[in-house]
Design a binder for this molecule. Structure first.
Ligand SMILES: Cc1ncc(COP(=O)(O)O)c(C=O)c1O
Length: 370
């Protein structure tokens, strides 16, 4: 079976850098909050154009910590996409806030801004745009909308680290560094992944950065003095050392993903039962996932069976809209999300994908007779 991601080949290529980083942590035994964590936060801050970086234990924690730091109160409404990974809505519900799910853009799968505007009420306090599959939501107009209504914006950039948002003047800014707070995950298969769990928060606001740091650390600014209820959420030093070794390669990894996506796009552009992913004019795309849409009436299950005979995996991100999940039931009309959940499928995508493997995948897909 061809793998969806190939972390072994990626490790083989930078083995010495990774092994050296891990060895250093073991030698200095600073396993928690050691120099590797501080160095990684500072290097990532530089990469993000100077945003403060607060490392934490995973991407789900990052979202929760962001909402805790903003002091949102039970019953406050938080608007987010109906078509996303569950973590985005999960933490909203966990904090007894009200997730308000809205539909997404039919081509780019990020928040539909008209739907966001229509969902704003007097209880709305925050919006969580998800930079799904590797490209940014339209942050410029979203920030203006949020400002008009006094809302915080928490970017979920777990799938889009390294993507650039292009503002109206054509200036590029890194995903995660545009909102009130940015949140990311370093889950191993992410574009910048560690070898376990990891996450981080970003903000340009120094005061907020202090609060985020405090929430991550049991609500204490001074040791053993707890001003607020916090959590214990840390990036461990070994994971930070791995991320330090990988960060200098992130742009190259993202370029490789982009080239692989363009190669797939060229091969599938003439297939009339497929719609290739497209890139929004306001963002670059780092293709965390390469996600196609099947024409309606064509069976994804038959395509999956066909591909499995070729040793090709087909993954569905995501098969059920959040508002139809038992835990998050919500009435509403979500025509785009509904269609996407029925028609999308993702093919192998990673920075080590070779032309030979892609040709096998393309041949397998194109030999399907719907
Ligand atoms: C969009 C999105 N948000 C949040 C998360 C949560 O990250 P983690 O698994 O590190 O908790 C993920 C991880 O898959 C994700 O894809």
């Amino acid at each position: 079976m061809i793998p969806m991601v190939d972390l072994k080949s990626q490790y083989a290529e930078i083995k010495e850098e990774i092994d050296r980083g891990i060895r250093e942590v073991i030698d200095n035994t600073a396993f928690i909050n050691g120099p590797a964590v501080k160095a990684f936060a500072s290097e990532l801050s530089h990469y993000l154009g100077g945003a403060h970086v607060i490392p934490c234990a995973n991407g789900t924690d990052a979202l929760q910590i962001a909402m805790m730091a903003l002091n949102l109160q039970p019953g406050d409404e938080v608007i987010t996409a109906n078509f996303t990974y569950v973590a985005t809505a999960e933490v909203i519900a966990l904090l007894q806030l009200k997730p308000v799910l809205v539909d997404v853009h039919p081509e780019y799968f990020t928040l539909d801004l008209e739907a966001v505007e229509a969902a704003i009420t007097s209880r709305t306090r925050a919006v969580v745009p998800v930079h799904l599959f590797g490209q940014c939501a339209d942050m410029g107009p979203l920030m203006k909308l949020a400002e008009r209504h006094g809302l915080a914006v928490i970017e979920d950039t777990a799938q889009a680290i390294g993507a650039d948002y292009l503002d109206a003047e054509g200036q590029a800014r890194k995903a995660g560094s545009l909102g009130t707070i940015g949140c990311t995950s370093f889950f191993p298969s992410k574009n910048l992944g560690c070898y376990g769990d990891g996450g981080a928060l970003f903000t340009h606001n120094a005061e907020l950065a202090h609060t985020l740091q405090m929430v991550c650390n049991h609500g204490q600014r001074i040791q053993y003095y707890h001003d607020e209820v916090g959590v214990n959420s840390r990036l461990d030093s070994i994971q930070a050392a791995i991320l330090r070794a990988k960060l200098p390669h992130l742009d190259r990894y993202n370029r490789s993903r982009n080239e692989a996506a363009m190669y797939y796009n060229r091969a599938f552009s003439g297939v009339d039962w497929l719609t290739c992913p497209s890139t929004a004019p306001w963002s670059t795309h780092v293709f965390h996932q390469y996600t196609l849409q099947l024409a309606s009436g064509i069976s994804r299950e038959q395509l999956r069976d066909h591909l499995s005979h070729w040793g090709i995996p087909l993954m569905i991100y995501y098969p059920v809209p959040l508002n139809e999940q038992k835990a998050y039931k919500q009435a509403g009309e979500y025509p785009v999300t509904r269609r996407l959940c029925d028609t999308v499928f993702s093919l192998p995508m990673h920075s080590e994908l070779t032309t030979d493997i892609q040709n096998r995948i393309i041949e397998g897909v194109c030999s399907f007779k719907p």
